[in-house]
Design a binder for this molecule. Structure first.
Ligand SMILES: Nc1ncnc2c1ncn2[C@@H]1O[C@H](COS(=O)(=O)NC(=O)[C@@H](N)CO)[C@@H](O)[C@H]1O
Length: 143
């Protein structure tokens, strides 16, 4: 898994077109989304993650929470992003991993949004620019 973590004044998105034949079904209210004072986490789920998705979810949540505590972010935006890796996991595995990350972060008390999966989206992001505002993490499941 590859993650790009951006501490931002806001992240907002708007659905444009389908990027997959069968994207995640969404409600009208999910066609747009915005969070202010947010840790935006752009995630590419990778093929290697398919060997142990549960472990990758646990490690991703640990890494995300670690950064959220460092930058004092209470809101997290989980954003599916297929451009951090050339070895992407299958969409059905990727979606399940992203849903589990969202669920576990909510259980930990964070306000969490997850951008819809399988769509081309317009987005605006306002990075805060402090030294910890742009971080990346790579997670590989144990053999
Ligand atoms: N492994 C993945 N990790 C994260 N997001 C993914 C993954 N696979 C698919 N997606 C989601 O599905 C969208 C399209 O994925 S994609 O790999 O770019 N595929 C396409 O663009 C297709 N139009 C051609 O393959 C992405 O924008 C993202 O929302």
């Amino acid at each position: 898994m590859r993650m790009l973590l951006i501490h931002a004044d806001y992240l907002e998105y708007e659905i444009r077109d389908k990027a997959l034949k069968n994207p995640e079904p969404i409600s009208d209210e999910q066609r747009k989304g915005r969070l202010d004072e947010v840790l935006a986490v752009f995630i590419s789920v990778e093929k290697v993650d398919e060997t142990n998705p549960e472990e990758v979810v646990e490690e991703a949540v640990t890494e995300i929470e670690d950064v959220a505590k460092q930058v004092k972010a209470e809101r997290i935006f989980v954003y599916p992003f297929a451009h951090l890796s050339s070895e992407l996991a299958k969409p059905d595995v990727a979606l399940e991993v992203l849903k589990k990350i969202e669920e576990k972060l909510k259980e930990k008390g964070y306000e969490v949004k997850r951008a819809p999966f399988g769509y081309y989206k317009a987005f605006k992001l306002s990075c805060k620019g402090h030294p910890l505002a742009e971080l990346s993490r790579t997670i590989v499941p144990e053999e």
